[in-house]
Design a protein around this ligand. Structure first.
Ligand code: ATP
Ligand code: MG
Length: 415
């Protein structure tokens, strides 16, 4: 079963509104094992819209549209569906009554235009909309030489669309044979090596046609290995993925920091709790990003003691009590300053671990200059010299991840 999702409205094609309905519906369909092959967006114009529906009904087994079901002149979905399917629009008396009653309850006169919302292409079923005036359309359209295509037209308002999906559409699709198979994903998150480096460390897992499939993805220096399995039950999928996951763990070892929605801040928090260690931070270039992330992890309370943001030498001297000559002898982007402020931070907070990020150099893609992260512990201070050649807008995020990763590796090596 293959699906196409159509989002309707000038708001979307003009870029004013992000089409989150298609994203949400795609996720729901994937959970049912229905592959979405097309996302189509179309502005509010009748002929192009009818053409989009015609094309979708020809090439997809399931078509779901959102938007354009309202009563205003720019709401053309009913008419476009009727045109594409070659059906007449007929007034549904029962739906009309419901809409009239809705206005009666709201103690408002029903505008004449709203009658339009009771018009349905001949042969369609009505999808109730408990919280809006616009009911949806459920229509089967025969195709020459193939089974029929099933169309569901839903309103654009996300809350109404979602409720109608859960209460009516999902069940109808299941009845039609979807959702017999389960598709599950398992994401394994790594940090500390590049995408191709990670791929080279794995045996031939990322090839087409392998089951379960393994995909590799890089997102802001985090490498994600995504295992996908299909089966009759969730248990079957989990069992099918497990040997592949074990292979990945065996090959990548400490590069792996977590799974699913786990970020480095969650991994670091777990390790701090396990080791009974406390952490404090001082951030120059990252300007508090590490603190922000750790601040979002409820379990970090009591283990993450706090952080400082510094933006010049004076602040460093006053807040961290590092010797004045440190900043005279060394530039603010140096190993020595990184180590000095990490130690100062550890002392000021009375933490087991003091983590520091130095100032960033000016972005230069062709000749990237270094910055430093350092971690002060009871056993001494160690540092990492880092170079960044990616897009400047991501530097803070990548640096914050390197800083957290330094803590993670420290905690792994000294449990
Ligand atoms: P209404 O009866 O409210 O007019 P409708 O079915 O005609 O419903 P639209 O007019 O197309 O729907 O959209 C109504 C609102 O729903 C939009 O202003 C927007 O806020 C939201 N919306 C529409 N389409 C989408 C979409 N694809 N993704 C996210 N939000 C959407
Ligand atoms: Mg509308």
């Amino acid at each position: 079963m293959q699906a196409e999702i159509i989002s309707i409205g000038d708001e979307i094609t003009s870029g004013q509104l992000l089409d989150t309905n298609s994203q949400w519906l795609s996720q729901r369909l994937a959970e049912m094992g229905v592959r979405v092959l097309y996302h189509t967006a179309c502005g509010d114009e009748i002929e192009p819209l009818a053409a989009v529906f015609r094309q979708a009904l020809a090439r997809a087994d399931v078509v779901i549209s959102t938007g354009g079901l309202g009563p205003t002149a720019d709401d053309l979905t009913r008419e476009a569906v009727a045109k594409a399917a070659g059906r007449k629009l007929l007034l549904d008396r029962k739906v009309l009554q419901q809409i009239e009653q809705l206005y009666l309850r709201r103690k408002r006169p029903m505008p004449k235009r709203n009658e339009l919302q009771a018009a349905f292409p001949e042969g369609s079923r009505v999808i109730p909309n408990p919280h809006g005036t616009a009911p949806g359309i459920d229509l089967e359209v025969p195709r020459p030489g193939k089974g029929p295509s099933r169309l569901f037209a839903l309103p654009g308002v996300p809350a109404e669309m979602r409720q109608m999906w859960s209460e009516t559409v999902a069940g109808a699709l299941r009845k039609a044979g979807a959702g017999q198979r389960v598709i599950l994903h398992r994401n394994i998150n790594c940090f500390g090596a590049g995408e191709s480096q990670v791929e080279a460390m794995l045996p031939d897992l990322i090839r087409r046609g392998r089951t379960p499939t393994v995909g590799i993805n890089a997102s802001k220096a985090t490498i994600i290995l995504r295992i996908t399995a299909e089966g009759a039950t969730e248990e079957e999928c989990h069992a099918a993925m497990e040997p592949t996951a074990q292979t990945i763990y065996r090959c990548l070892g400490d590069l792996i920091f977590g799974e699913g929605d786990d970020g480095l801040e969650h991994a670091v928090t777990r390790l701090l709790r396990q080791g009974g260690k406390s952490l404090a931070t001082v951030e120059w270039g990252t300007a508090g990003l590490v603190a922000d992330w750790l601040g979002d992890v409820a379990e970090a309370e009591g283990f993450y003691l706090g952080g400082m943001i510094v933006t010049d030498d004076v602040a460093v001297r006053r807040a961290l009590h590092v010797p004045a000559e440190l900043l005279v002898k060394h530039t603010s982007i140096s190993r020595e300053v990184a180590e000095g402020i990490a130690g100062g931070c550890r002392a000021q907070f009375g933490a087991d671990l003091g983590l520091a990020v130095t100032r960033f150099p000016k972005a230069d893609r062709d000749a990237p200059k270094p910055y430093y992260v350092a971690l002060a512990t009871s056993g001494g201070v160690h540092f990492r010299k880092l170079l960044y050649a990616g897009h400047p807008s991501l530097l803070k995020i990548v640096a914050a991840k390197h800083a957290l990763n330094l803590v993670r590796l420290e905690m792994l090596n000294k449990p």
